[in-house]
Design a protein around this ligand. Structure first.
Ligand code: ADP
Ligand code: ASP
Ligand code: MG
Length: 412
């Protein structure tokens, strides 16, 4: 029998009625002849609630107990979906991450999957034609026997990893939109659904803020060449659409120069003013930040008026902003900066497209279009298939819409 992995996100399992609807989608595939492993998220809003309980109980919480608490949301939905399937006369049972087992690293709160033993799930297929309903987002760190979680949005990664482990024909990620769009359809009504998008572009889109798939899930899909669809659980279970296929670049006939626009509010800007302009200065700033596990993204250095000092601007994730400022202030004597200025009301807007490899001047057009709208660019980065600009967050929607139209992505 061919195998299939179906993943359902929070809004798709938000109530028992929605879970019954999910069961109808699963039953359809079982009747079509697939052996099915289903991966479920927690009910919509549940994980946020559990995280807030943890923070309420302990400000500097133990990350092992954080995982013990937040992993519970998925335990509920896997059990409920197994029950809903049984009610429809489909053989099914729930699996927690530790039962499969899904083995992970020990990095609580953002663990990486190290190995999945699919034997028990496959035995359920062959012995009983039993649907495996697996709790997403969670795993086990075997040496310590502790429950881990894979980071927010991690059920996508659970699904693709299981698809690779059981050699599924494909992995279907069901969500509240009917595919991957040229940009977030919640902020641009003219966004267009893509029939296909390459692994590489999807990886950039996810990394640059498109939350429709967790970054790690796209990495795994690309690495193991798992054909992955993003599709809607809100379609009629009797007549669903296929959604968007994430696939090899070669399988896409028509390529635009720019495929999508993404934005991320998870950026904070730090500027060090009047830093001594001498060898080793960049190291004196960025080595302590790296030692503190703070990821620096965009970096620009300018020569100041007096030519003996320079200004350095860079960005860090919002969650690390306070810590980054503390680290820099602690190293003030080594770095010899005069002033530290920070901004958290900034957003990174990015354009992504494999066509950029072969077309010149793609970013330049964006700078002009943004300037025409009076949007000031604070920092820029470019790489082979994307470029990003850092701007004031008040202009997020205007900038995304401007770039979306500029590159001809608006739907008619
Ligand atoms: P789930 O709970 O099913 O995992 P998510 O909320 O994590 O769903 O992801 C789906 C959401 O991703 C959509 O509702 C949409 O607003 C957002 N999104 C952001 N960028 C895109 C994009 N380019 N295409 C589709 N959806 C996007
Ligand atoms: N429930 C988890 C979260 O909200 C994992 C997921 O939904 O993918 O982040
Ligand atoms: Mg998600």
């Amino acid at each position: 029998m061919p195998r299939l992995v179906m993943k359902f996100g929070g809004t798709s399992v938000a109530t028992v009625e929605r879970i019954r609807n999910v069961a109808r989608h699963v039953k359809r595939e079982v009747e079509a002849g697939y052996d099915v492993a289903v991966v479920v998220s927690a009910m919509s809003g549940k994980t946020n609630e559990l995280v807030s309980f943890v923070k309420d109980a302990s400000a500097l919480y133990d990350s092992k107990e954080y995982d013990a608490v937040v992993a519970s949301g998925e335990q509920v939905t896997s059990g409920l979906l197994a029950l809903a399937l049984q009610e429809m006369n489909v053989n099914a049972r729930s699996w927690q991450g530790w039962q499969v087992p899904i083995l992970t690293s020990e990095v609580h709160g953002s663990a990486r999957i190290a190995a999945i033993d699919g034997t028990s799930i496959l035995r359920g297929f062959t012995d009983k034609r039993e649907v495996a309903v697996v709790s997403g987002f969670q795993g086990l760190h075997q040496p310590t026997q502790r429950i881990t979680t894979l980071g927010r949005g991690g059920s996508d990664t659970s699904a693709v990893a299981i698809a690779a482990a059981i050699q599924a024909e494909r992995c279907d990620i069901y969500t509240d939109v009917d595919g991957v769009y040229t940009t977030d359809p919640r902020i641009v009504t003219k966004a267009r659904r893509l029939d296909k998008v390459s692994y590489e572009e999807m990886l950039e889109m996810a990394s640059l803020g498109a939350k429709v798939l967790q970054v790690r899930s796209v990495e795994l899909a690309m690495m193991h060449r798992v054909p992955t669809y993003v599709r809607s659980s809100f379609d009629d279970p009797a007549d669903p659409k296929l959604g968007t296929l994430i696939c090899d670049e070669e399988d896409i006939m028509e390529q635009q120069v720019v495929t999508g626009i993404a934005y991320s509010r998870d950026e904070a800007q730090i500027t060090l003013r009047n830093v001594a302009d001498k060898p080793g200065i960049a190291a004196s700033i960025f080595v302590p930040l790296a030692d503190a596990n703070i990821n620096v993204d965009m970096i620009i250095q300018v020569v100041s008026d007096d030519t003996t000092t320079t200004d350095i601007t860079f960005t860090v994730p919002t969650a690390d902003y306070e810590r980054a400022c503390a680290v820099l202030n602690a190293h003030r004597d080594d770095i010899e900066f005069k002033d530290l200025q920070g901004a958290t009301d900034v957003v990174k807007v990015s354009a992504i497209g494999v066509g950029m490899r072969s077309h010149a001047g793609v970013a330049a057009r964006a700078f002009k279009a943004l300037a025409d709208k009076g949007i000031n660019i604070r920092a820029i980065t470019t790489s082979e298939i994307k470029f990003s600009v850092l701007i004031d967050s008040a202009y997020t929607e205007l900038a995304v819409r401007t770039l979306h139209s500029l590159y001809g992505l608006d739907q008619a």
